[in-house]
Design a protein around this ligand. Structure first.
Ligand code: PRP
Length: 208
């Protein structure tokens, strides 16, 4: 049995569709209910829905053998797991954004609001820039508008949230997409099952 942690939400549903196409279907997952675990013993798969940022915790600790996680989460938490494949979905970018009239004074400490303190720290450390991190959990765009921060480091997908809040993107830090990840021990002990699954999934992605 392979235990698969899927991120709750649109990305997880798209990811499940790929598993389904790859031959790992579990029809009851599509029923309208609040169950969190779904199993197809015949196909040897058990899926569970978890909060997107928790996928790497389940995988790192072995509660899940494999999972789907955004590159943003992998960069932020650096979990000790294997990254098997880029699913090419959930594409967006990690960017610095600010108010349109913000002029950066490099002699001043930059106040950076973000959900991703480690990504922000490493980006500014490479520039030897002094920063003050303001760690928020959501609605990051509010911070520069209310004068809580000078800039934000956040995910930009369509750019609509920035636009509608009169902010603009400045630097792109890194492109982001969803990745297939695996627990290290599982990859060793369930190697052929996981590799077969990964290969089938990669083929589905290649074939679009
Ligand atoms: C993410 C991100 C931006 C928005 C970007 O927010 O933090 O706010 O999506 O998407 P866009 O460029 O297409 O507008 P999310 O929906 O995860 O909410 P939260 O960060 O406020 O929790």
């Amino acid at each position: 049995m392979i235990n698969i942690a899927l991120p709750k939400g649109r990305l997880g549903e798209k990811a499940y569709a790929i598993f389904e196409k790859a031959g790992y279907e579990c029809p009851e997952i599509k029923e309208e209910n609040r169950k969190l675990i779904f199993e197809n013993a015949e196909k040897g798969v058990r899926y569970f829905w978890v909060k997107p940022s928790d996928v790497v915790i389940y995988v790192e600790r072995g509660a899940a053998d494999i999972g789907i996680a955004g590159k943003d989460i992998l960069l932020e938490y650096s979990p000790d797991i294997y990254e098997l494949a880029d699913l090419g979905m959930g594409k967006c970018r990690m960017a610095v954004a600010c108010k349109k009239d913000f002029h950066d004074d490099r002699d001043r400490t930059l106040r950076v609001a973000t959900k991703f303190p480690n990504i922000a720290k490493s980006f500014y450390a490479k520039q030897s820039r002094e920063i003050d991190i303001i760690h928020l959990n959501g609605s990051i765009e509010l911070a520069p508008i209310l004068g809580l921060s000078d800039v934000i480091v956040d995910i930009v997908e369509t750019g609509k949230t920035l636009l509608e809040n009169d902010l603009e993107p400045r630097d792109t830090i890194v492109p982001i997409s969803a990745r297939l990840v695996a627990n290290k021990a599982s990859y060793k002990f369930k190697n052929s099952e996981i590799r077969t699954m990964s290969e089938r999934i990669e083929r589905i992605i290649r074939e679009g």
